[in-house]
Design a protein around this ligand. Sequence first.
Ligand code: GLV
Length: 327
Amino acid sequence: MKPKVLVAREVFDDTLAYLNQHCQVTSNQVDQRYSPQELAANLRGMDGAVMTTAERIDAQLLDGCPTVKVISNAAVGYNNVDVHACTQRGVMVTNTPGVLTESVADYAMGLIVATCRRITEAEHYLRNGEWKGTFLKQMLGMDVHGATLGIFGFGRIGLAIAQRARGFDMKVIYNNRHRAALDDERSVSATYVSKDDLLRQADVVLLIMPYNQETHHFIGEAQLAMMKPSAVLINVARGGIVDDAALIRALKRKQIWAAGLDVYENEPQFLPEFLTLKNVVLSPHIASSSEPTRKAMAMTAARNCVAALLGDTPPNLINPDGKKRST
Ligand code: GLV
């Protein structure tokens, strides 16, 4: 008997074809997000799930679905999954690192340029028919070249962003839980600094770090107050790392100059006041969303799931103890 797998969100045809070769698949191809109750009902009796960051997996859900052996998240971040609860119940958790690095780094640079050079504000101005002529003080922005980029989080993606930033002639400083290997630092001429020094020195503060209890509201009122009034904040990591209400206050009183955000607290909800601000560039959590990358993420998640259910160690297993208990 083939193992039973729930695919909780729409996937690409080749992902589905691959899963169908190895599993009995129930797929949410209409792509309406399941409510927590629907997710629980659909997961019951399954051996595994392929899902996205929009689905939450917690102890209560797992207790109602004791046959589940693997949760395969089609994302690099996995703060939507209670990994501890999974491990305790012998459920493997996997993610999709690597395949999205370059696309997220491209997007981060896009958000930096769009925010510093006010690209979306300028487009709205043009679309609204406000452009009556060209003049010297029009839409004055901040230069990206020559600016100091401060990166919080210096894993694969942080490093890939630093590489691109060097091409823009930015100076790179970074802060991370652990200092990076010297070779990595040298390859992008990056300097390790403390959290406070980064906040004080950077013209662009960029977040690309995991979200967990320690990083909840890592940027709040006090940190925003340390940034330069001319600084820009970019978040391509996770909502919750930034205290969004504090950010709105800082943007309103021009305590910092602007923000570029791809992620928010309580997605897909976000504080509506963001929409009233001109000095923000907003996007709906799409940093990894190029077609090849999303296809690669879906296929990686599918391969992780199949490997787990065929008794192999999935390539991107987050909790090796989850496997020990489930086999
Ligand atoms: C997207 O946000 C991811 O974690 O892959």
